[in-house]
Design a protein around this ligand. Structure first.
Ligand SMILES: *Cc1c(COP(=O)(O)O)cnc(C)c1O
Length: 353
């Protein structure tokens, strides 16, 4: 604590990212992709005309937005890009949720939402997950006097995804405020709600290059929604930093989008490994929640989450453990390569006998 900090900053509880270790470990703790980005990304970076770095990037990232629009069958006016989807989410909090009314969210979800709520002075009303660990869409949309709704689909760290029908039903009921669906993990087997942005002008869908496109280090995220919502995000961006996406990131992002085969092949491999890992965890006695994401949330009836976390760590395997009342029995395990998952299972076989 410093008296030089403003009261607002003193009151914050910042987000704690999963650690990025220096030593070599089997890293299954931050949901990164185990496979490299599309080969074209390397070409784009190697062939980048260094002299262009003298110049500011295109403030509207029009080339990248055009390729995103083509990818998601939208128009460039329906696309916003930012320095990671975390930044896009932060802009959305300022653009849509600072109405002096509470914001509805699930109680177990991406832990950055409460951090942004605090930073931007937005009161968060959280709703428990259902008995099946699913986001309760009924509860989320029940109260009218709210600034909006935010949730992740698939949800994190549970992995459950709602169907497009369930999302559509929510949007048919909630038409007066922004519904923000964070689709960071949608490419690992869930259905995107992007097809609904034309029909529902209050729907904002965010996505990221960090997980399914193997570019967490590049920092690229996006939002798709009505031009009205995109214009709102742009107003925040141009009041904060006109150039959130640098020219190198833009070139690399375009190259990633232009290789749908590589993208699909990586997602398919992660999904196959996820299901194989699920079976092996269940054979060891774990309860594993159904997941449409690139991670599994699992608990063992006879072994504490914290103990398993420490035991794995001692064996050079990093997973995520959340020290909260609801989640402390669980481990969240990112899906790595088959070899990495073999190492995980060998260690768990020792720890769980
Ligand atoms: C990883 C993640 C993000 C952040 O993605 P970046 O684009 O890397 O900032 C956003 N939402 C959820 C639910 C995530 O898990």
């Amino acid at each position: 604590m410093s008296h030089l900090w403003s009261p607002n900053i003193r009151a914050l509880t910042p987000y704690i990212p999963g650690e990025q270790p220096r030593e070599r470990v089997v890293k299954l703790n931050t949901n990164e992709n185990p496979y490299p980005p599309a080969p074209g990304v390397g070409d784009a970076l190697r062939n980048f005309a260094i002299d262009h770095l003298r110049l500011y990037p295109d403030p509207t990232s029009s080339a990248l937005r055009q390729v995103l629009a083509d990818t998601y069958r939208a128009t460039p006016e329906q696309v916003f890009v930012g320095n990671g989807s975390d930044e896009v989410l932060a802009f959305a909090f300022q653009a849509f949720f600072q109405h002096g009314l509470p914001l509805d969210a699930p109680d177990i979800t991406y832990s950055f939402y409460p951090v942004y709520a605090k930073l931007y002075g937005v009161e968060l009303r959280t709703h428990p997950l259902t008995e099946q660990w699913e986001v309760d869409l009924e509860a989320l949309g029940a109260d009218k006097s709210r600034s909006g709704i935010i949730f992740a689909n698939p949800n994190a760290p549970t992995g459950h995804a709602h169907s497009l029908e369930a999302i559509t039903a929510l949007l048919e009921r909630v038409t007066d405020r922004v519904v923000l669906i964070d689709e960071a993990y949608v490419d690992f087997g869930a259905t995107s709600a992007v097809t609904l942005i034309e029909r529902f002008p209050n729907l904002l869908v965010t996505g990221t290059f960090s997980k399914s496109r193997s570019l967490a280090g590049l920092r690229l995220g996006y939002a798709l929604g009505s031009s009205e919502l995109i214009e709102g995000l742009k107003r925040v961006k141009d009041s904060f930093n006109s150039f959130p996406v640098d020219s190198l990131a833009s070139a690399a992002g375009i190259a990633a989008l232009e290789d749908p085969q590589h993208f699909q092949a990586c997602c398919d491999r992660v999904i196959t490994t996820r299901e194989r890992t699920r079976q092996r965890l269940e054979a060891l006695g774990f309860e594993v929640l159904p997941s449409k994401a690139n991670f599994l949330l699992a608990r063992h009836p006879r072994h504490e989450g914290a103990q398993l976390f420490i035991g794995l760590r001692e064996r050079g395997i990093l997973v995520r453990h959340f020290n909260t009342a609801e989640l402390n029995e669980f481990l969240r395990i990112s899906i790595g390569t088959d070899d990495e998952m073999d190492s995980l299972m060998e260690a768990l076989e020792v720890l769980c006998t």
